[in-house]
Write a protein that binds this ligand. Sequence first.
Ligand code: TXE
Length: 499
Amino acid sequence: MLPHDEPALGSPGLYIDGNWVHPAGGGTRQIHDPADGTVIAVVGEADRADAVRAVAAARAAFDEGRWAATTSEERAALLVRLAGLLAVHRDELARIETLDTGKTLRESLLDIDDVIAVFRYYAHLVTTDADRLVDTGNPAVISRVVHEPVGVCALIAPWNYPLLQMSWKIAPALAAGCTMVMKPSEVTPLSTLALVRLLDRAGVPPGVVNLVQGDGAVVGPALTETPDVDLISFTGGPATGAAIARGAAANVTRVTLELGGKNPHIVFADADYDSAVDAVLTGAFLHSGQVCSAGTRLIVHASIAEAFVAELVRRAALIRVGPGTDPSSQTGPLVSPEHRAKVEAYVALGISEGAVLVAGGGRPADPRLADGSYYLPTILDHCRRDMRIVQEETFGPILTVERFETEAEAVALGNDTSYGLAAGVRTGDPARGERVVRALRHGTVWLNDFGTYTPGAEWGGFGRSGNGRELGPSGLAEYRETKHIWHNTAPAVGGWFAE
Ligand code: TXE
């Protein structure tokens, strides 16, 4: 049974050493539906001592080899079993994700399908990934490079893609043979709690996977500032990421960070018009802009800008904002009233900086949406690169518009960001497309597409978008140590210190 269906609508919130346990301090947290503010669950809220216990369980499980000593085939089999269980519970999980985050059911179902795909991908990769033999020039020496699990991992995920982001971490961590403590966002823990139930059912040994639900500021340091954790993988805001990296430095703990982006979407005059309009809208307003790779910064050729923006304005007004559970909704609410307040402040800031509000800029008028954290798709035209609204991640449905004249100017604007997670380029000229995608300093660049990804290709950022990569072979490498084994099959006296 998944947490959502429990009669008490509750979960202890902690899974440690194979058992569901209540927080030592008895803390609880109410989880709200952002569509109407109602309480959908009450879950246990850990404190620091609980997090310390979870790390100790993961440490013991790793040191005793409960998972690290298994073969990659055994680990892959567990991932495949889990993928099967996720597929069986796909609809339930999607519903939980929608109630918790506000995103539409259609999006949640896509998320769950991607989660299933990522577990299957790493199950396959880990069994096909062989050791490497190195030719030393000495036939008596067998030189082998092998991979071993990095150890205990702290996996910290955000609220915009709760299950997806956690799966990008847990799938390669399990495949590699690591043990772990997961900390979902305290705002959206329900799908990760459900995932743990399925992992338990799939037969993960006690202590390999542990979960701590709690406030990041309270439980976070116990996970990130301890020598008992070997790797931290964090997806979230830049300030938190930087604080985690500082704390981890004392123990020289490995840190992988994905800290969001301020992603340019460059549209040349020769781009296919209809698909460009469509992609700019989707890139900016899907999940109400609460996407780290959202294309929130339109950079459009001056010759088409007036007509292009006018069409975006027309189309933005048609976007149906509503509860994620309503099949007619095209995008849902923001995750919380607090987050909406931040988005509202950004729109006011943009206008005060000289941007021209041409679409949205407020809450929907529909009284049925009054209790939810809704905000209309918003377009700010005539923006300049030096504005904060252009440089800072708003994580809301806000599209800024800048104009350019030359290719070089478009590239300069696209690279004028402290972030570097993702970018889009739209042009009908393949040579120009290749030049521009290579010139952009971003971890993912889409040419005549936007927002798509695949488990086999790396995901991560340049610049302040973070370091390290998720997905692809690099996503597995993050969770491994590399060991070189030099085996001399014909030992002989070297004679360096000969008498
Ligand atoms: O993130 P936090 P917030 C951006 C987005 C958003 C901003 C702030 O711009 O508006 O960040 O969001 C845990 N030690 N992104 O405040 O706090 C926390 O409990 C360890 C981009 O929600 O970074 C949660 O599990 N962990 C992003 C996770 O960090 C700590 C997605 C993320 O929360 C901690 C989300 C601590 N000291 C927001 N403090 C993306 N990259 O996609 C908090 N946490």
